[in-house]
Design a protein around this ligand. Sequence first.
Ligand SMILES: Cc1cc2nc3c(=O)[nH]c(=O)nc-3n(C[C@H](O)[C@H](O)[C@H](O)COP(=O)(O)O)c2cc1C
Length: 217
Amino acid sequence: MDLLKVIKERKTIRAFRSDPIPKERIEEILRLAIHAPSAINLQPWEFIVLTGEEKERLSRRLIKAYREKQIACSPGNVKPLPKTYSKRGAKTLEAMLPFFKEMGADPDQFINEGSCNFYGAPVAVLICLDDSFPKPRMVDIGLALGYFVLTAHEFGLGTCPIGLIIAYEDEIKDLLNIPENKNVVIGVALGYPNSDIPINRFKSPRDDLEKFVRWIE
Ligand SMILES: Cc1cc2nc3c(=O)[nH]c(=O)nc-3n(C[C@H](O)[C@H](O)[C@H](O)COP(=O)(O)O)c2cc1C
C-alpha cells in the first residue's frame, strides 16, 4: 500500500476481534516502528508487549482501578484549555454519539472502561521512557507511536493509542514489576478491527489546515 493511502485511511479502532496476532507480526511492526527518528539517535523507547492471559490480567487491574478512582479520559491539561481545543474535543465526541446510540452504549463507560480493557484487543503494548530523559524526548516516543500505528494499518491491523491508563501508572508498574526509574508514557491496543461494531465506522474530523499554520514568507 502506498504511504499516503495509509496515512489517509488509518483511524483509531475501538472494537477488536479476539483473534491472536502471530508474535512474528507484532515483532515486524515493532521493528518498523523503531525506524522512527530520535534525537541523537538515542532510541529512548522501551516496549512492553502483553498478550493472552497477561493482557487480560492488566485489563482487570486497570478496570478495577478505574472503578475505584474514576479518573476518566481527558486531555490532562495543566491549565484551563483554550476554547479552540475544548470545542474540538466536544465536536469529536458529539460526532461519535450516534454510533454509541446505535450500540446502546453509554459513551463514558464505553470509552473509559474500553480504554482500560484495550477495547478487547488481544495485544496491549506499553511504551516506556527512562526517567533520566527530559520532556522533549516524549517527541521521540510520539514518533515511534506514529510509525507503529501506520505500520499496523498497513498489515490490516487496528490500533488505539491509550493515554487514559497513565492515570493508573502506579498500578501498571506494580503489576508488571516495571522499575521505578521507567515512566509508562502511552499504551496501544493492537488487533484485528471488529467491523461489525458501529463505533469502528466513525472517522474523526480534522479542522482546515489554515487553522494550524502561520506562514512567514
Ligand atoms: C496520545 C494519545 C492518547 C490517546 N488516548 C486515548 C484513550 O485513552 N482512549 C481512547 O479511546 N482513545 C485515545 N486516543 C485516540 C484519540 O482519541 C484519537 O486518536 C483521536 O480522536 C483522533 O482520531 P483518529 O485516531 O481516528 O484519527 C489517544 C490518542 C493519542 C494520540
